[in-house]
Design a protein around this ligand. Structure first.
Ligand code: ADP
Ligand code: MG
Length: 729
């Protein structure tokens, strides 16, 4: 029975590294080879088309059909020159991944043969027959049409001989059904609002860009072991498994030497990334055994997010070629670190200024504190929503667990920035900054020009930390689409900046001078958003109490956390920033609740099956070996000796029986709880029922299974154990 386990363990143990074909050229020579970037556009498009397209990209303008036809012709030629046979609109539906439907370039040529064709119409817009994507009731099946439309700001690329065109995906009736549409809207909104404020400091600013540098964590498991764990295969995480005696307690994995097999995998992954123009830069072992990280150089947020989605599918692909399976789940193994995806986020002007970086002059620093204070205000006002933006059934295993951010959003600023903000807060209006006499700064504020916030103190327990020239949002889950967090943050900040501008303009209209008006507003924001600022240990119990006192959102139930999307404040904010309509928000929440339910439901089924078909039968088998032994002992020895000698076996038999009974009862209870929950009609209530009544049984059942794992003869235990799964050789 356990033959399978031993076979796969042996297979994994003896696995040799896969030889990687490394390109002989330098990375810079094949970087972006598979991307229709500006260089290729220049090469393949007529001059007029090239200019029209780049202008449209830079100024976020629509393309005329005539230009689109010309772009399509050039793009097709480039694709065919590079071996592409198919094309697809590549989009991000409200699932965990990306979607694509491939069409071949061929069309009849009217002479019995075919030609390769690709028109502007096909490039710009398609109607995927997509009635089975999550849509929260927006598209009923009789109105199943959806449109995908080209996002010219993200370049097309070739993968697996298919030309992929990044697109948005919307319903026939105009509502967004994807992540990209609202992300682009949020980015436009923060561009507009940010530019208006940045122009106080430099009238030449025409755009404010949002930047994202994600850090992708993941686990690798040998594919043979993976194939013997139905829970990993079906849910992405282990639903049972006793802790390995050794795991991460020696802290010997983090930044340790990368195992040879993994090194080969990483090399191939990075080469693929570079061909696709993903600027993969950093790789290292993470804290947990078998856990690794890849981080690129940051990029404009929309492109960075496309690249993250592309990377997630590349990881999966390349891992398979190396006989691994990549686990992007937030918590594949209990008892050791989970995986996140830190989102390093910043805003910058088209004139090259990073708005969260202190500058050299007092004026630049006033701009710096202005943007920081507005971010604080936005995160404070929408802390519940920001938490909702990263909440999911899978990330819930990380949030609140002790190595990860708690399920409370707070901001870490570090000593220097905190001091600067208190100085502004405490100074009285009369000594506020005035820019005319460049040197006339108050005592406190005169410190600003000297700061080098670059080497900020680090606080690993804060979910939203200032790190010198950016904020690092650490609560994002490893399997998430970063767009969700980026939509909420950029939209909230856009709204706040608009409000800021309105208030400053009102002060200007009342005759105040600009710097005075700005610093007064900034002071108000600092005062207002104080409760969000916390530099202490975010994992401590005291913080949970303190956060509740401060009125921060401390909800831990994921289905209830989602409510934050539908409170009046959030709906208004999303409407004001043109990111979501109320209908879209409602539909999306339906999808969120439904997805939550389905994930817990699948886990419950797998857990029930494994408990009843794997664990209990094997434990019973071992129990009967023990029973057999007892009989033999009793036959062989005189009564009293026999009792004594069989005592240990009898105790074990009883103990195992208790565990098995408990498991059976709890699995039945879980099935009943599911039946009740499944009858509930509304998605929200159903998700709540799954959260409250089904999910809590997982850990209870698991506890007893893990106990049995320690009792049953290792020879017959069917599932690869943690100690076998977690250490790549
Ligand atoms: P750490 O692990 O110390 O947090 P990493 O080097 O792993 O840092 O990742 C930092 C990420 O932040 C990288 O993707 C980097 O490009 C990105 N980053 C750096 N500066 C900015 C910025 N101004 N805006 C957005 N992302 C940034
Ligand atoms: Mg980081």
């Amino acid at each position: 029975m356990s033959q399978l386990r031993f076979k796969v363990v042996e297979e994994a143990f003896n696995r040799k590294p896969v030889k990687v074909e490394i390109p002989k050229e330098k990375s810079s020579e094949y970087y972006g080879k598979a991307v229709f970037n500006r260089q290729k556009m220049f090469e393949y498009l007529p001059k007029k088309t090239f200019e029209a397209l780049t202008k449209a990209i830079d100024n976020k303008e629509p393309l005329s059909r005539e230009i689109a036809d010309s772009v399509a012709a050039g793009m097709k030629q480039w694709a065919l020159d590079n071996g592409a046979k198919h094309y697809t609109h590549w989009f991000h539906p409200l699932t965990d991944g990306t979607a694509e439907k491939h069409d071949s370039f061929i069309e009849h040529d009217g002479k019995g043969g075919v030609v390769e064709e690709f028109t502007g119409k096909l490039l710009v817009q398609q109607e995927p027959d997509a009635s089975s994507f999550p849509n929260g009731g927006i598209r009923n099946t009789f109105e199943a049409r959806g449109y995908s439309a080209w996002d010219i700001s993200s370049p097309a690329f070739i993968i697996h001989n298919t030309l992929c065109i990044p697109t948005i995906f919307i319903a026939y009736t105009g509502e967004s059904l994807d992540y990209k549409t609202p992300l682009l809207r949020a980015l436009n909104s923060v561009d507009k609002a940010g530019t208006a404020v940045a122009q106080y400091f430099d009238p030449n600013v025409k755009h404010v860009h949002s930047y994202l540098g994600w850090e992708q964590e993941y686990f690798l498991v040998d594919e043979a072991l993976y194939s013997a764990r139905p829970d990993l295969m079906l849910t992405g995480r282990t639903l049972m498994g006793h802790e390995s005696a050794k795991n991460q307690q020696l802290e010997d994995h983090y930044f340790g030497a990368i195992p040879t097999r993994v090194d080969a995998f990483m090399l191939e992954l990075e080469t693929e990334c570079h061909k696709l123009g993903i600027p993969a830069k950093t790789r290292h072992n993470e804290v947990a055994p078998n856990q690794f990280e890849l981080a690129p150089i940051f990029e404009e947020t929309n492109l960075a997010n496309d690249h993250n989605l592309l990377l997630m599918s590349l990881i999966d692909d390349v891992a398979r070629r190396h006989n691994f399976r990549a686990l992007l789940h937030e918590k594949p193994f209990a008892g050791i670190n989970g995986s996140g995806k830190h989102n390093n986020w910043s805003l910058g002007t088209d004139t090259g200024v990073l708005l969260f970086a202190p500058g050299k002059t007092p004026k630049q620093n006033l701009q710096f504190v202005t943007f920081v204070a507005n971010v604080m205000a936005a995160i404070y006002k929408y802390n519940g929503l920001i938490k909702a933006s990263i909440s999911s059934a899978t990330n819930a295993h990380r949030l609140g667990a002790n190595e990860a951010p708690p399920a409370i959003i707070s901001m870490f600023l570090g000593t220097q920035l905190s001091n600067i903000l208190s100085a502004i807060e405490d100074s009285d209006e009369d000594v506020a900054i005035s820019v005319e006499g460049k040197e006339r700064y108050s005592m406190n504020l005169s410190q600003i020009p000297e700061i080098m916030v670059d080497n900020t103190d680090r606080n690993r327990t804060s979910p939203f930390a200032f790190t010198g020239n950016r904020f690092e949002f650490r609560a994002v889950g490893s399997s998430a689409n970063c767009a969700s967090a980026m939509i909420a943050i950029n939209a909230a900040v856009a709204e706040q900046l608009t409000l800021f501008k309105k208030n400053v303009d009102a002060k200007l209209a009342a005759g105040q001078d600009l710097e005075h008006a700005i610093i007064t507003e900034v002071r108000e924001l600092i005062k207002m958003s104080k409760p969000i600022h916390f530099d202490g240990n975010g994992y401590s119990d005291e913080w949970k109490e303190e956060a509740a006192k401060r009125g921060l959102d401390c909800e831990t139930s994921v289905p209830l956390i989602f409510d934050a999307y539908l409170d009046d404040k959030a709906v208004k904010m999303f409407e004001n920033t043109n990111v979501f309509t109320k209908v879209e928000l409602e539909a999306r929440n339906e999808v969120k609740w439904e997805t939550y339910t389905k994930k817990v439901q699948i886990e419950a089924r797998v857990l029930g099956d494994l408990a009843l078909n794997h664990v209990i039968p094997v434990a019973t088998r071992y129990q009967s070996v023990l029973l057999d032994n007892v009989f033999k002992i009793k036959n062989l020895f005189p009564k009293e000796d026999g009792e004594l000698i069989a005592k240990r076996d009898l105790e074990q038999i009883k103990k195992m029986e208790e565990h098995m009974l408990f498991i059976k009862d709890k699995v039945n209870e879980m099935v009943d709880a599911r039946k009740v929950a499944n009858k509930i009609e509304t998605e929200r209530e159903k998700a709540i029922a799954y959260h409250d009544n089904v999910f809590p049984l997982f850990d209870e059942i698991r506890y007893h299974i893990d106990k049995l794992e320690l009792m049953v003869d290792d020879e017959i235990w069917p599932l690869p154990k943690y100690r076998e799964l977690l250490f790549i050789r």
